[in-house]
Every structure is written in C-alpha cells, then in structure tokens.
Design a protein around this ligand. Structure first.
Ligand code: NDP
Length: 332
C-alpha cells in the first residue's frame, strides 16, 4: 500500500513547461549540487544512466559556507567545504555526469515522463528525477550577521563548533534545533548563551530540561539580537531585552561565535503542486527510502531531512536515490 494519497496535480502559478527551446530527453535528471546531488550523480553515472545534473546559484549547497569540514569520513586532516565540493564534482564528471548551470524554475510531474524547466527556458523531459535541492538555513537578516559569516557566524554547530573549543558562544532560537546545538556546543565550549525571543522555549520538554539543567548554558529569554560587533571576527552581540515593552533595555554579551538555529527552509516550493511535503515544506519520502509520491521522482538530502542534515547523511541518501532510479528504470 502506498504511503501517499494521490495529490491533486496541477501546475503551480509559475509553471511554464512549454517554455523556450525544444525539450531535451534524459534518463536521469538531478536537481541540486550538494553532497546528495553529486553522490546521486556518481552512482547514476556508474549505473550508465547518463545523468544530467543542474547546479544552481550556490553550488555545493551549504558546504561552501562552512570553512572546514572535519566530520566527513575519509578526511583525517579535514577539508574545506569548497574543496570538498570541487572533488565531488570532479568525481561525478569523471564517470560521465553532464553538469550544467541552471535553476529549476518549474516542473510538471503529471505524466510518465517528467518535465523540468531550467531558468524558465530550457525544458528537459526526464524518465527519472532526483530532487537534491537542499534546505536553506534561516538568518536573522542583520547586516552585521552577513559581514561575519565564516568569521564567527555559523548556522551549523556540528560543522563549526569544534573551532570554538573552550570559548564563549551564543545560539539563537528556541526550538529543538537550537537546544540540540546549544547542548552540542556546551560539550566543548566554556559558556553557551541561548538567545530566545519569547519568554519560553518551543522545544520538546526533554530538550528544554536538558538545556535548563546544563551548567554552562545560560538561557536569555526575551532577547532579540540587534547587532554583532568585533574587529574582523565576532566579539560581541548587542541584545535588546523585552523589545517593544515599556521596560525595553539593551545589553551586550562577549562571545566568539554566533550560531543561528532559527530553522531551515527546504527548497521544495516548485515541486509542491506534485510532490507531497509536510507542513514545514520538507518532501515526504517513504521512511528509509528516497521514494516520493510520484513514481520516478526521488528526493534526497536536506530537502527531505529535517533531523540529521549532515553532508554524510545527505551523501548516503543521494546514493539510495540513484540506486532507486536505476531500479525504477530497469523495471520499466
Ligand atoms: P522551529 O521552527 O521549531 O524553531 C525555530 C525557533 O527559532 C523558534 O524558537 C523561533 O521562535 C525561533 N525563531 C524563528 N525566527 C526567529 C527570529 N527571526 N529571531 C529569533 N528567533 C527566531 O525550528 P527547528 O529547526 O528548531 O525545528 C524544526 C522541526 O524539526 C521541528 O518540528 C523540530 O521539532 C524538528 N527537530 C527535531 C529534532 C529531533 O527530533 N532530534 C532535532 C531538530 C529539529 P518562536 O518560538 O518565537 O517562534
């Protein structure tokens, strides 16, 4: 029995699958160029699916925003995010992946051949589609946050926490991710401030309890970050306490690292007319597989994973997606 109930399939308002130049047919179209997309490409190319991979405006997904990757197995000395992506791309190209620039702007998954429009112009007809479009970490939108990206500002404690050993850091957010990141950092940092805009945490009770009981985590309720300051690197966060209330005041905390944990936005909008997502936009897959509700369309990486979100788990799911695409084509 299918996990999915049929979706009423209709084109999104931005869909224009008749756009531009004549359609090109491919066996396997991979959308996305992070660890999931490139791993899918390596496996699909080696299975002779002649994959075409579209890489968008930020090739490498979130990895290039990470300075050093030290937790991907096989790199005992670590590797920079951009270098890792270069290597993954070369490996995918080596086995014959056709790698092209382009952003998927609309899709039509209503037929047996799936249509994907790239850059609102080029139409591809694909027997199988692997969605590996990732998720984008949310930022507060401060100019100073932008200025210190990679110099004290990070959206991944698991990736970057190690650089802040025995230092003081802050995590922003009050959900499960923020609590998880705060607890992870508390294991290596001297002090962790958890900056929460409301007077309570939204995280699950068990996570709240762990955070509130951790000796080196200080939860700063009802605080809004106004600005980050520092000489080239983050040294201080300026906070507003009880913003909008009559007793509103400002304070500053000395920190070396500032971690965002205010949620991620899965890059799934263009697929929603056809592909089932959960209430937060993550693509639903049959548990433990990359199968979506549309036969021949597979999802891997962060666009379908809100729990682990690691390069290595994304790569693993990319491998599964390519294997399933190959099986699907063999059965047809
Ligand atoms: P959530 O949406 O649950 O929480 C986001 C947090 O960030 C909220 O506390 C929110 O505040 C805060 N926030 C949002 N925008 C801002 C802003 N501009 N300024 C300050 N704070 C802001 O996201 P999560 O990533 O924590 O979790 C997403 C989902 O994944 C949840 O369902 C969660 O349970 C799940 N998850 C599960 C895990 C597990 O099972 N191990 C681990 C991690 C996540 P406010 O409360 O005021 O809206």
């Amino acid at each position: 029995m299918s996990l999915f109930k049929p979706l009423e399939t209709k084109l999104g308002t931005n869909a224009n699958t008749n756009a531009g130049s004549p359609a090109e047919h491919v066996k396997c179209l991979i959308i996305g160029s992070g660890p999931a997309g490139y791993t899918a490409a390596i496996y699909a190319a080696r299975a002779n699916l002649k994959p075409l991979l579209c890489k968008g405006i930020q090739p490498g997904a979130q990895l290039p925003t990470t300075t050093e990757v030290e937790n991907f197995p096989g790199y005992p000395e670590g590797i920079t995010g951009p270098k890792m992506m270069e290597d993954l791309e070369s490996q995918a190209a080596r086995f014959g992946t056709d790698i092209r620039w382009g952003i998927a702007t609309s899709v039509d998954f209503s037929g047996t051949t799936h249509k994907v429009v790239i850059d609102e112009d080029k139409v591809y007809e694909a027997d199988t589609v692997i969605i590996a479009t990732g998720a984008t970490a949310r930022y507060l939108g401060l100019q100073s946050e932008e200025n210190y990206k990679g110099s004290g500002v990070s959206a991944c404690a698991t990736c970057d926490g190690f650089f802040y050993r025995n230092k003081d850091v802050a995590v922003v957010g009050g959900g499960d991710t923020a609590c998880e990141e705060a607890l992870y950092l508390a294991g290596m940092c001297r002090k962790v401030y958890l900056i929460v805009r409301k007077p309570f945490l939204r995280a699950s009770k068990i996570m709240q309890k762990r955070v509130l009981n951790a000796p080196n985590i200080e939860v700063l309720f009802e605080r809004t970050t106004k600005e980050l300051r520092g000489n080239h690197v983050v040294e201080e966060a300026l906070l507003i306490k009880r913003m909008g209330h009559s007793d509103e005041s400002e304070e500053s905390i000395k920190i070396d690292g500032f971690f965002l944990a205010i949620g991620h936005t899965p890059n799934s909008d263009i697929f929603k007319p056809f592909i089932e997502t959960d209430e937060t936009g993550y693509i639903k897959t049959v548990p433990g597989t990359p199968l979506t509700n549309v036969p021949g369309v597979f999802a891997c990486g962060d666009v379908q994973d809100k729990v682990y979100r690691q390069a290595v788990t994304a790569a693993g799911s990319g491998c599964s997606a390519a294997i399933e695409a190959e099986r699907y084509l063999a059965q047809r």
